[in-house]
Design a protein around this ligand. Structure first.
Ligand code: SF4
Ligand code: SF4
Length: 439
């Protein structure tokens, strides 16, 4: 029996609810007539559109790019015509420019894309390929991968961690990818080790994905790569928690993983790196889990980016009358939304259509000082205190909000249904602005 590792402080055990989609085979969705490509799907400088209404585009053509050290690019998933460029409001309440493309059905691709090519001969060339392909953290964070893979010159890396915890309930995209693209995924991991000259790779997989763990273990021929079982406990996939579980190293407060010689990438990001480096394929598609009692056929779909929620839901048998809430991402960290015209982006790991009985909708009540939120916080914070100070906008006492990873564990256990995590997240945004202003 393989040893199972975990993080040290806090954590919760939400109902997994993965059974709805975990055995569903991967379904490939053809691109529909209309696609909506948000120019800003990443953290960093906003990308600017390079096209205008009436322009013709090819599949894989660059259509938006940003300037500066931290930014990303956007490519067209189809050949067709730009219909318009408009603003849409996304679940994080941000207004984002969206390039609307009419698919001409010809599927004509940009020259030299999607064909095998020579592997890069240097780290610089490798990072340039990843940058040009528009690859960002596909686990949800959206941080540009070329930046994350290039720590400051005085930092050395000795461990590459692949985050395959997929600890959010319902989500099964990483599981599906590891089962269906095992060879490509492992080759991608090997490429990253070669290019960044790192000697060790751990693939951290929660024990509820044992089939994927066994498959990777049996197909892996690279002695540098070691799949490791993690205990099923939320938030096992949070970066600092994962690093501790797999290496025993503690990333100092407000520091990044490279401080302990580690980089972390998500499963889907590794596969995207493989596609870009080996086949010159930019990031224009991803696997999305559609789940919950409100979708007729819970599924894992390989979908072109830019398809609307309604189009991908129709591809999965449609939304039914039980659907009362829609969530982009998992139920712990995802964002509620109500507009089915919004598109799938590079960070859409899941779309949940939840029935009344799948959601706790009790009224928020007074704090009974039970201390449960403090006990489960994986960052060792005092969530009830931070919520109160955040709601009061008491900046003098809010500094700890910056350490909150917004995992939602505190809200999950609160017997008074207090909206701790969302209040703290709002407080964090306001406090960050407040500090910036003061500088
Ligand atoms: S959301 Fe923040 S405060 Fe709440 S448990 Fe997670 S890290 Fe702690
Ligand atoms: S879990 Fe809820 S009721 Fe208990 S201390 Fe925290 S905020 Fe108060």
């Amino acid at each position: 029996m393989a040893e199972k590792v975990t993080f040290r402080k806090g954590g919760v055990h939400p109902e997994e609810r993965k059974a709805l989609s975990e055995t569903a085979p991967l379904k490939k969705m053809a691109a529909p007539e209309m696609l909506y490509m948000a120019v800003n799907q990443h953290i960093g400088a906003i990308a600017k559109s390079l096209v205008k209404a009436g322009d013709k585009v090819l599949r894989n053509q660059l259509i938006a790019e940003g300037e500066g050290a931290v930014t990303s690019r956007v490519h067209s998933p189809v050949s067709g015509e730009i219909v318009e460029i408009k603003q849409m409001v996304f679940p994080n309440e941000a207004k984002v420019e969206v390039i609307v493309i009419k698919n001409d059905g010809k599927n004509e691709k940009a020259e030299s894309t999607e064909q095998e090519r020579n592997l890069p001969s240097s780290k610089e060339e490798f990072l340039e390929i990843i940058k040009n392909a528009g690859i960002i953290g596909m686990g949800g964070a959206g941080f540009p991968t070329y930046v994350k893979m290039n720590p400051p010159k005085d930092k050395t890396l000795d461990t590459f961690i692949i985050n395959a915890a997929e600890c959010e309930p319902y989500l099964t995209t990483d599981n599906r990818l590891m089962l269906d693209y095992t060879k490509e995924f492992l080759e991608g991991a090997g490429m990253i080790l070669d290019m960044l000259q790192i000697k060790k790779c751990f693939i951290g997989i929660e024990e509820n994905k044992r089939e994927a763990f066994e498959k990777i273990k049996s197909e892996n021929k690279d002695a540098r790569i070691e799949p490791k079982l993690l205990k099923t406990k939320y938030p096992q996939g949070a970066e600092k928690q994962l690093i501790y579980a797999l290496t025993g190293r503690v990333v100092p407060i407000r520091k990044l993983p490279f401080e302990v010689k580690v980089i972390v990438q998500n499963v889907a990001t590794v596969k995207a790196v493989y596609d870009a480096v080996k086949f010159n394929k930019p990031l224009t598609e991803r696997i999305v889990t559609l789940s919950g009692k409100g979708i007729n056929e819970p599924s894992n779909v390989l979908a072109p980016l830019g398809v609307t929620v309604s189009a991908i839901a129709d591809f999965c048998g449609g939304i039914n009358e039980k659907a009362k809430y829609m969530v982009n991402g998992g139920p712990m960290m995802g964002k509620a939304f109500d507009n089915t015209n919004l598109p799938v982006t590079k960070t859409t790991s899941g779309l949940l259509f939840l029935a009344e009985e799948e959601v706790s909708s009790e009224e928020e009540n007074v704090c009974i000082r039970c201390g449960r939120c403090i006990y489960v916080c994986p960052m060792g914070l005092n969530p009830t205190f931070l919520k109160e100070e955040s709601d009061r906008r008491n900046y003098e006492k809010m500094d700890d909000v910056l350490d909150c990873i917004e995992c939602g564990s505190c809200s999950f256990v609160c017997p008074s249904s207090r909206q701790l995590a969302s209040s703290i997240a709002k407080g964090k945004q306001r406090y960050a602005k407040h500090i910036k202003k003061g500088k």
